[in-house]
Design a protein around this ligand. Structure first.
Ligand SMILES: Nc1ncnc2c1ncn2[C@@H]1O[C@H](COP(=O)(O)OP(=O)(O)OP(=O)(O)O)[C@@H](O)[C@H]1O
Ligand SMILES: [Mg+2]
Length: 209
C-alpha cells in the first residue's frame, strides 16, 4: 500500500466535509491506514490560527494578512501532522489545502493565483497532494445548501457575497487547468454517499500500483 496525500476541494457547501466523513467510514471498513485532517487547522497551533482567520469580528483583516496567516498555519500542519503521517506509511485525507488558498485569496480576494502559489510553495516545499478531488457545483448551489443547514456555524468567509464565491469558483477552474494531472473533478450534485464511493474506488486503484 502506498502512503498518498489526498485533498478535497470545492466551493463553500460543495459537500467536502459531508463526503469526507462518509469516506472515512468506508476507508475504515476497507481496512486502510489513514488520518483525516482539515484546513485551516489540522494541528493545535494551526487550529488557533483558524479561529483568527475565520472568526467573526475580524472583518478588518487585510487580504495578504489572511493569505500569510493561512500559509503559516499550513506550514505547521504539514510539519507537525501531514509529513509524519506520510513517513509513517499512512494515507492522508485532508479537507481543503493549498488550492483553497489559490482560489479564495488568489482569485476571491484578487491577490493573484501566482503570488499566493509562491508563498504557499515556500510553506509546503515538496508536500503537494498526490490527488485532489474537486467537488464541482455552481457557487449559488453551495450557498443555498449552507443557508438550508441551520446547524452549521457561519464563519467570516461564508459571509462574503455571491460575487466573491463566483470568483472562487472561477479561480478553481483556472487552478484545475494549471494542474490537470493532479485533479479529479466530480459532479457534486450527486449525493455525498455516491461521491464517497467514487473517491474510494479511485483511491483503491491508486494505492494498488
Ligand atoms: N451532494 C449533496 N447534495 C445535497 N446536499 C448536500 C450535498 N453535500 C452536502 N450537502 C449539504 O450541504 C451543506 C454543506 O455541506 P458541507 O458542509 O459538507 O460542505 P463543505 O464543502 O464542507 O462546505 P464548507 O466549504 O463551507 O466547509 C450541508 O447541509 C450538507 O448536508
Ligand atoms: Mg466543510
Amino acid at each position: 500500500m502506498k502512503a498518498i496525500f489526498i485533498t478535497l476541494e470545492g466551493p463553500d457547501g460543495s459537500g467536502k466535509t459531508s463526503t469526507i466523513n462518509l469516506l472515512q467510514e468506508k476507508m475504515m471498513q476497507a481496512g486502510l491506514d489513514f488520518i483525516k485532517t482539515r484546513e485551516p487547522g489540522g494541528s493545535p497551533i494551526s487550529e488557533k490560527v483558524r479561529e483568527v482567520v475565520l472568526g467573526i469580528g475580524n472583518e478588518i483583516m487585510d487580504p495578504k494578512t489572511e493569505a500569510l496567516l493561512i500559509a503559516g498555519a499550513r506550514r505547521q500542519h504539514v510539519v507537525e501532522t501531514i509529513r509524519p503521517a506520510l513517513l509513517n506509511g499512512q494515507i492522508v485525507l485532508c479537507d481543503r489545502f493549498i488550492d483553497s488558498s489559490l482560489a479564495y485569496q488568489g482569485a476571491g480576494r484578487e491577490i493573484g493565483i501566482e503570488a499566493v502559489l509562491d508563498i504557499n510553495l515556500f510553506a509546503v516545499e515538496e508536500t503537494i497532494p498526490d490527488v485532489t478531488y474537486y467537488l464541482d457545483v455552481p457557487a449559488a448551489v453551495g450557498l443555498e445548501r449552507i443557508a438550508a443547514n441551520q446547524k452549521r456555524e457561519v464563519n467570516r468567509l461564508d459571509k462574503e457575497n455571491i460575487t466573491f464565491h463566483q470568483k472562487v469558483v472561477q479561480g478553481y477552474k483556472q487552478i484545475i487547468k494549471m494542474f490537470p494531472e493532479r485533479f479529479v473533478c466530480i459532479q457534486a450534485t450527486r449525493s455525498p454517499n455516491e461521491i464517497a464511493d467514487i473517491i474510494l474506488e479511485d483511491i483503491l486503484k491508486r494505492i494498488k500500483d
